[in-house]
Design a protein around this ligand. Structure first.
Ligand code: PMP
Length: 440
């Protein structure tokens, strides 16, 4: 019996004992292929010697120093690395301990920007339905998952919401991709007008939406249109790349493939690759300069911001990704994975869609492929698939369908960038067998 409060208050997960490369071993000696990178975290795999060496070196020299007193070489170098590799004027970085903290920080920076530029009446955001931005109250408020928000709704700020970009689900049969994209952008513009641009701080969106929808990439031109509307109406564009960022989709930032530069970007999971808890907010000069030239203070902070050990681990992770040219590997292996998922799974009776970008792939399961009707949530298909995969030594990241049936159960695949093609074959084959068995 574990005394730890886990998400399930009834079932205790197995105890992980060690991990190396793409494999995790539990206390009984059973091995699991980590095809989800935990929750799209493990980008380099486990136990990478260069990261371990950097971690040991940092702990031996300076494990912790509070930012109220000091900065550190590790954090300074990591900030330099992130700014050097970011496009546009994303020239400032705020380090936190994870994704939700990064999103909270982004929301507060954006609000303070409005206050310091003489727009204090701007007090709300536009988020998207079918989105996830974290579990703290601000992040939960901008997120679109009704089920997660429901019992906490009275505690959350009011946020306007538009449709997420999900062509498989929402594009009408006689609509081209371009027409669908235009319809979404019209909806966003109408929502800005209905809410009143003078009240809106910014628009928050995952570039490739992850945890709620299962790796759904945007349509071509969607984010370029978002950028234009944000500029037209004076809204900040905040890209949440906590899950899809830091190389996961084959470019360092997923938005690079959409030819846009947001005003604020959140990253986390792949930043530190799981070696230490860390997240970061990349901030444009446009947002930072009024704060620097204005009050000169950012009214925010946590005890562990800019943690030297976390920064050293993340720096080593990012240096290895760059040195070993792993982004091109992500593109190649990602193409192979998507192709194999399509070839092996798309023809199955209950697989509605396979999609993704880079090594960030999703499989959506539906009861009826024509109507795209989801399985009854009570059926808990995603949970059954997770357990059956674990039994076969495979970790995939499952999520349930929505209560309104507008979205099916889905499986997220986000393996370490070092995964081999034969291991990807094992992932696809095992998933195929499990889906066939669990939907029989
Ligand atoms: N934003 C996105 C897009 C995420 O996927 C997540 C985590 N799944 C978060 C924010 C929250 O991150 P964390 O769990 O590290 O707080």
């Amino acid at each position: 019996m574990s005394h730890i409060i886990h998400r399930s208050l009834k079932v205790t997960p197995p105890v992980a004992a060690s991990a190396q490369g793409v494999w995790i071993t539990d206390r009984s000696g059973k091995r699991y292929l980590d095809a989800s990178g935990g929750a799209a975290v493990s980008c380099l795999g486990h136990g990478h010697p260069d990261v371990l060496a950097a971690l040991h070196q940092q702990i031996d020299t300076l494990a912790y120093a509070h930012t109220g007193f000091f900065t550190s070489d590790a954090a300074e170098q990591l900030a330099d690395q992130l700014v050097r590799t970011a496009p546009g004027d994303l020239n400032s970085v705020y380090f936190v301990s994870g994704g939700s903290e990064a999103v909270e920080t982004a929301l507060k920076l954006a609000r303070q920007y409005c206050v310091e530029t003489g727009q204090p009446e701007k007090t709300t955001f536009i988020g998207r339905r079918q989105s996830y931005h974290g579990n703290t109250l601000g992040a939960l408020a901008v997120g679109g998952n009704e089920w997660r928000r429901k019992q906490f709704a009275p505690l959350l700020m009011d946020v306007a919401r538009v449709s997420a970009c999900n062509a498989y689900r929402d594009r009408l049969p006689d609509e081209s991709e371009q027409q669908y994209t235009e319809r979404l952008l019209n909806e966003l513009e109408q929502t800005i007008l209905d809410t009143g641009a003078e009240k809106i701080i910014g628009f928050v969106a995952e570039t490739v939406s992850g945890a709620t929808t299962g790796a759904v990439p945007p349509t071509r031109g969607y984010f370029a249109g978002v950028r234009k509307l944000c500029d037209k109406y004076g809204l900040l564009y905040i890209a949440d790349e906590v899950m899809c960022g830091m190389g996961r989709t084959g470019t360092l930032h997923a938005f690079e493939q959409d030819d846009v530069v947001p005003d604020i970007v959140t990253v986390a999971k792949g930043l530190g690759g799981g070696y230490q808890p860390i997240g970061a907010v990349l901030v444009s000069d446009k947002v930072m300069e009024p704060l620097r030239n204005g009050s000169g203070m950012f009214q925010h902070g946590h005890t562990y911001i800019c943690h030297p050990t976390a920064a050293a681990a993340a720096l080593a992770v990012q240096q290895v990704i760059e040195r070993d040219n792993l982004l091109s590997r992500v593109q190649h292996q990602g193409n192979y994975l998507l192709q194999q998922l399509h070839a092996e799974l798309a023809g199955l009776d209950f697989v509605g869609d396979t999609r993704g970008r880079g090594l960030f792939a999703g499989v959506e399961l539906v009861r009826d492929k024509t109507t795209k009707t989801a399985f009854d949530p009570a059926h808990k298909l995603h949970a059954a698939i997770k357990s059956a995969c674990l039994e076969k030594g495979l970790m995939v990241y499952p999520m349930g369908g929505t209560i309104d049936g507008q979205q099916g159960d889905h499986i997220l695949i986000a393996p370490p960038f070092i995964i081999e093609p034969s291991q990807l074959d094992f992932v696809v084959e095992t998933l195929k067998q499990v889906i066939i068995r669990e939907t029989a």
